[in-house]
Design a protein around this ligand. Structure first.
Ligand code: FES
Length: 274
């Protein structure tokens, strides 16, 4: 709850020169709906992903080589046989360490520092501000100039890590084309895995840092036609970055959930070949 406007410092929307409006907002529409839906969606994903990342059950289908993205790469001796596509260089891990301990912190960092998610949780969680023409409850604004928010500037490094993890997810999807008898095969799980990977790539490539990598720091586009062309395509994807951010949260959950159902023998994989 914000302090009464008359008791607040003369900062932000109460700065000298701004209209002296005592009401928090004059908006009559349901401006609170978007922040509410955003926080509900983000919370649902965080709860689901946290639970699934720690439970260590039904994350790998040995029959079809489906590995949940929440467990990739699985690099420890705690992983079930077959789930470690890159070996097991790490020993058994206690239950409080997720098996994908190497990738999850980077993926979390990538999403947390993402320009779109910043907008989403600055508005929905910190209400800073919650919507256009709605005064924020905070009396001070320091932006991303000091800890902890200055860490947001590390997004470009998380981008490089996310590219590597997308390559790993791609490898997981490719070697999942595996039949029950050991040869080639594919089923609905492969369609879901490949679809998830393609969308993860789309989300990653549509990143603002990718725009900078492909077309940044150039003085003359005309002297770099290839980079200009790539930058143009990345920029087109970038206009849909918010949609990809949400879609990939959904496909990650869908992929994990489907593999959980198959790996736990709750349902059988719908097989097309093998
Ligand atoms: Fe969203 Fe980089 S992933 S801006």
């Amino acid at each position: 709850m914000s302090a009464p406007a008359t008791e607040r410092d003369a900062v932000g929307v109460f700065s000298p020169g701004r209209a002296r409006i005592l009401a928090r907002t004059l908006r009559r529409d349901r401006w609170w709906l978007a922040p509410l839906l955003t926080i509900a969606g983000l919370a649902a994903f965080v709860i689901y992903a946290t639970i699934r990342s720690f439970v260590r059950t039904a994350y790998y289908s040995a029959e079809y080589h489906y590995l949940s993205p929440f467990y990739s790469p699985c690099l420890s001796e705690s992983c079930v046989p077959g789930a470690s596509h890159f070996g097991t260089p790490f020993p058994e891990l206690p239950m409080w360490i997720p098996l994908a301990f190497l990738s999850l912190p980077f993926l979390l960092g990538f999403r947390l520092t993402c320009y779109y998610y910043r907008k989403a949780y600055y508005r929905s969680v910190w209400l800073s501000p919650p919507a256009c023409a709605v005064a924020e409850p905070h009396s001070r604004y320091t932006g991303e100039t000091r800890l902890p928010l200055i860490i947001q500037n590390s997004h470009r490094y998380f981008f490089y890590a996310a590219v590597i993890i997308s390559v790993i997810n791609t490898y997981d999807a490719v070697i999942a084309f595996h039949g029950a008898d050991g040869g080639f095969g594919f089923g609905l799980g492969n369609v879901i895995l490949v679809g998830n990977v393609l969308l993860l790539w789309t989300y990653t490539i549509s990143c603002h840092s990718c725009r900078h990598v492909t077309g940044g720091r150039l003085k003359h586009f005309s002297k770099h036609p290839v980079r200009y062309r790539i930058w143009t395509q990345v920029s087109k994807l970038n206009t849909r970055h918010m949609q990809f951010a949400w879609i990939t949260l959904g496909t990650l959950v869908l992929t994990d959930f489907y593999i959980m159902l198959v790996a736990s023998d709750t349902i059988s994989d719908l097989r097309f070949v093998g």
